[in-house]
Design a protein around this ligand. Sequence first.
Ligand code: AR6
Length: 175
Amino acid sequence: MRITVVEGDITEQDVSAIVNAANSSLMGGGGVDGAIHRAAGPGLLEHCRALRATRWPEGLPPGRAASTPGARLPADWVIHTVGPNRHADETDPSVLVSCFRESLLEAVRLGADSVAFPAIGAGVYGWAADDVARAARRALTEEPTHWAGLVEVRFVLFSAPVAAAFREHLSDLCA
Ligand code: AR6
């Protein structure tokens, strides 16, 4: 499995699945969530409403992941996950690790061969890029045997400093 770090816009990635840093409502928001919903079009919100109507009537809890089709995105799937919100005293980094782990497991379950991640939690939810990169690393290295079928895990970071933090923490794992 190849692990890559790039600076860019996750909505433009030509991968099987992209991960969305959503909130529990799954009804959209700002940041990368807003960008993904804008690029995907209203079909994505309909898919999210269906998730709320079926599997997650109370909303998606922090640390969990759930997928929908990608609507108009280049990616086939969107895997929605909810980071812990530091501003709401959700300060346990293991929940952030769980976001990455559960999203990777969902990608495998979908049969995705490539998945792109943003820096979950590093915006509105107030985590330092270093903490997010460390969480991604822990998820990738704790249970490597689970990622069968995944050819590429790509971290797509929106700014140079966040990309630098991911390179620092993941460079020895990168192709
Ligand atoms: N591509 C890649 N990364 C992006 C993009 C993009 N198009 N746009 C922003 N980022 P955030 P969170 C980066 O705030 O901290 C939403 O309102 C951004 O620069 O999107 O988990 C949700 O609905 C940052 O590094 O997610 C929730 O309410 C990273 O994505 C809440 O924000 C994550 O920032 C979730 O907050």
